[in-house]
Structure formats: structure tokens, C-alpha cells
Design a protein around this ligand. Structure first.
Ligand code: TYM
Length: 332
């Protein structure tokens, strides 16, 4: 039986953090045995914000190495760099004819970028969701493991795919965001103010490349208060964020103890943060050390990227053939 196709990507704009891990990479690792998986580094998407391209090489290498360090097996999945699969750009062109200016302007991420970089509202930024749709549809993927912030992009991908199928014939299955739990994950920044992100204040974000002491320092500085005064109170966002972190890295019994302390109003946040810091160090350290070792081996990195691109191109070329036939581009 054919396995379902899974695809996901990560932009190489800065260091990967816990949000990337728990929103995306953890699922990649779990999915690799069950599905036909494609995972890639979205370096074309990074160009929309005009980064220093000299730094992109090390970021691309880091994303590849960190994915492997987190447990992805490049033999089981296709792990590649977006710009190595130029078929994606051709599909992006066709999909651009089916995407409308009004809907693109309404996209949340676009509006956010317009606010953040008003001097650089380029067409690539506007059509970011179209490129993302091309990434997904080029392998006719049906499951897309992503965090909650990408949900709207998935909805737009389905719209573009439906329009293509309606206009040219049925080529694409409908892709959906995927998470093993019921809900898509959102890891909050350490001050409880919005999601953890690559561009957030570094002190509020835990990176997979953070040194032990830096992890401890950031967690001990995380915002808390004097504790609840009523039993079973609702947690403020910054406390909820800490509980969410302890839930993902600590033992169940530890979580239960602090939950019960909170509900009975005798929680000691200092103790909770110390415990969280040690469990976080034990979680991040092996990933950091393995990724560093992989990154140092340039020959291995090159082999991985070449191997991944070759695998991805087989599938991309097969889809593009169907697309070209459907659109009617055979003139001789
Ligand atoms: P990016 O690079 O911003 O993030 C990579 C993945 O990490 C997830 N994520 C989070 N999940 C939970 N909590 C957080 N605080 C958090 N921060 C990030 C994101 O949801 C994502 O799954 N547009 C994409 C890259 C992309 C892509 C694709 C993804 C390009 N083409 C095709 C899927 C399919 C992005 O910028 O992700």
C-alpha cells in the first residue's frame, strides 16, 4: 500500500528554538516511520526579508544538522534544501495565476511583515503563501506537521489547490495541518508575551543551540509572580507558558506535583524554575552536541543535501509532469 505523503519546512532565519521543536520537528521524527516524508529548509522564503545571504549557508547547515540531531533519519526521509528543487519555482508560477491580490493582502503573516518592514513590502512577501503552497503541492502531500501559526497558510494552500483542480482537472489532494494531539501547538515566549519566535528577544526564547548556563539563566529570569491566592485559579499567560514547558520536558510526576501546588496555593516558582531548568538542560544538551558534531563534518553535510535533493526531485518532477499536462502546455 502506498504511504501517505507528508511535507514540512523550516526557514533558515536564525537559530531553531523550542517552538520549532515542539510545533514541528518532534512530529517529523514520529512520522518518519509511518509516512512518505519530505522535509526541507525554506531558504527561498528567507529571501523575502532580505537577510545577509552570506550568513544563510551556516543557517541552512544548522537547520539540517539540528533536524538530524533531533532524530530525523536522512535515509528514511527526503531532507533537502528548497532551492535545490527548482521544480517548486515552476509550480509557484502556475499557482500565482490562481492567487488573488485581495486574499494575499489579508493574510495575517503578510500584514505583520508590512508592519515590521514597511520599507520592504516586496512581491515575494505578498506571494509567500503561494510559494508555500507550491512546496506542499509539489509532492502532493496530504499531511503537513506545523505549529498553529501556519494554519492560515494551509487553508490558503487548499484554496489554491481546489482552484487548480477545478480549472485544469484533478491533480492535487487536499493537504491539512497535522499534530499528534488534538490541537496544533503554540509554545509561548518566556515572558508569556506571544509565541516563541526566531526574531523575539533572545532572553525569552530557548534555542536548541543554547549552552547549559544560558538555558538556566533564561529560565530563572522568566516572569512569575507571588502565586495564586484562590485555590484552582486560572493561570496567567506567563505561568501557563512555564507549565507548558515543564509538561513537554519533565516527568509526569513532576508536572502533577507543581499543578497540585499551584491549585492549593503553595507553589514555589523558584523551585519550579530550578527543576524546569535542569530538565531543559538535559533535553537540549544532547541535541546541541550532536548538531555541532554533524555541522563540523562538511563532507557529510554535502552528501546529505545532495541525497535529499535527488530524492525530492523524483517526486517533484512526477507532479510537474501531471501539472504541465493538466494546464495544457504540450504544444508539440
Ligand atoms: P518557521 O520557520 O517560522 O517555523 C518552523 C516550524 O515551527 C513552528 N513554530 C512553532 N510551533 C509552536 N510554537 C511556536 N512558538 C512556534 N514557532 C514556530 C511553525 O509552525 C513551523 O511548523 N512558512 C513556514 C516555513 C514553510 C513551510 C512550507 C512549512 C515554508 N514552506 C511548507 C510547511 C509547509 C515558516 O516560516 O516556518
Amino acid at each position: 500500500m502506498n504511504k501517505e505523503v507528508v511535507l514540512s519546512g523550516i526557514r533558515p532565519t536564525g537559530y531553531l528554538h523550542l517552538g520549532n521543536y515542539f510545533g514541528a520537528m518532534r512530529n517529523y521524527v514520529r512520522m518518519q516511520d509511518e509516512y512518505n516524508c519530505y522535509f526541507f529548509v525554506a531558504n527561498w522564503h528567507s529571501l523575502t526579508t532580505h537577510p545577509d545571504t552570506k550568513e544563510l549557508k551556516s543557517s541552512v547547515h544548522r537547520v539540517i544538522a539540528e533536524n538530524i540531531a533531533c532524530g530525523l533519519d536522512p535515509e528514511k526521509v527526503a531532507l533537502y534544501v528548497q532551492s535545490d528543487v527548482t521544480e517548486i519555482a515552476e509550480l509557484y508560477l502556475y499557482l500565482n495565476m490562481l492567487a488573488y491580490k485581495g486574499e494575499l493582502e489579508k493574510t495575517t503573516t503578510f500584514k505583520e511583515k508590512v508592519r515590521l518592514q514597511p520599507e520592504n513590502v516586496n512581491a515575494g512577501l505578498l506571494t509567500y503563501p503561494v510559494l508555500m503552497a507550491a512546496d506542499i503541492l509539489i509532492h502532493r502531500a496530504v499531511k503537513v506537521p506545523v505549529g498553529k501559526d501556519q494554519e492560515q497558510h494551509l487553508e490558503m494552500t487548499r484554496n489554491f489547490a481546489e482552484r487548480f483542480n477545478f480549472r485544469y482537472g484533478n491533480v492535487f489532494p487536499m493537504p491539512y495541518a497535522f499534530n499528534y494531539g488534538d490541537e496544533l501547538v503554540k509554545i509561548m515566549s518566556l515572558d508569556g508575551n506571544g509565541k516563541m519566535s526566531k526574531s523575539e528577544n533572545q532572553m525569552n526564547t530557548l534555542y536548541l543551540a543554547d549552552e547549559d548556563d544560558s538555558i538556566r539563566k533564561k529560565i530563572m529570569k522568566a516572569k512569575t509572580d507571588s502565586g495564586p491566592t484562590e485555590p484552582n485559579s486560572i493561570k496567567p499567560d506567563y505561568i501557563e507558558g512555564l507549565f507548558n514547558l515543564i509538561k513537554v520536558v519533565s516527568d509526569k510526576s513532576v508536572v502533577e506535583k507543581f499543578e497540585s501546588d499551584f491549585n492549593q496555593c503553595h507553589i514555589r516558582y523558584g523551585d519550579m524554575k530550578k527543576q524546569l531548568a535542569e530538565d531543559m538542560v538535559n533535553f537540549i544538551r544532547p541535541i546541541r552536541e550532536k548538531a555541532e558534531a554533524l555541522r563540523a563534518d562538511e563532507k557529510y553535510m554535502k552528501e546529505i543535501m545532495e541525497h535529499g535533493a535527488a530524492k525530492a526531485r523524483v517526486s517533484a518532477q512526477a507532479t510537474l509532469q501531471l501539472v504541465r499536462d493538466a494546464v495544457g502546455l504540450r504544444y508539440y
